[in-house]
Design a protein around this ligand. Structure first.
Ligand code: SME
Length: 176
């Protein structure tokens, strides 16, 4: 009997994800609530938020915050490759999200006029504005190497996570 390992191809069946997107975001919301419980510090909460999302969501290569300083967004806590530090409000996907005060889903960043490329591996992006009471204090930005990675379910799930972040940081002292 030959000891050679059979070279016959094993049929590969496409695996349906065992957890749906809505279940994944519901789990993440529970984890985020306990991760941020009792902590109001913006930078600490943004750092833990970025790490949680980056490690929990599949096919993501960058996750992080930009915070508004006047007419500019400045890089905050993130996970992924080093990124551009300053973005003018109105420019790029992040700046547009702040100007429009709305979530922006970009299925293909190469077709988005004015997209600012930080990591050459990024092909899709979603940006969610973050509010401090009535004011937009910045954005949460998520990039993926997979074209069309983000949809309305991601927008809904991420907005819920950002709301948990906003509520956790609510009432923080200005200097904190
Ligand atoms: N692509 C963003 C810039 C930030 S990086 O993706 C981390 C934009 O166009 O605003």
């Amino acid at each position: 009997m030959s000891s050679e390992v059979s070279q016959e191809a094993t049929p590969q069946v496409a695996q349906e994800p065992t957890v749906s997107k809505s279940e994944l975001y519901a789990t993440l919301a529970t984890q985020l609530r306990s991760l941020l419980a009792g902590e109001r510090n913006l930078i600490a909460n943004a750092a833990n938020f970025s790490s949680l999302v980056y490690h929990a969501l599949p096919d993501v290569n960058w996750a992080g915050f930009y915070f508004r300083h006047g007419n500019e967004l400045i890089l905050g806590p993130f996970q992924g490759q080093p990124a551009c530090v300053r973005i003018e409000v109105g420019k790029g996907v992040c700046g547009l999200s702040v100007a429009q005060l709305d979530t922006i889903i970009v299925p293909n960043v190469h077709e988005f006029p004015g997209h600012i490329a930080c990591d050459a591996a990024s092909n899709a992006e979603i940006v969610v504005p973050v509010f401090d009471g009535q004011h937009c204090l910045g954005v949460f930005d998520l990039d993926s190497p997979q074209l069309g990675r983000f949809d309305e379910q991601d927008a809904e799930g991420l907005n819920e996570l950002v709301t948990i972040f906003e509520e956790a940081c609510e009432g923080r002292p200005e200097e904190d």
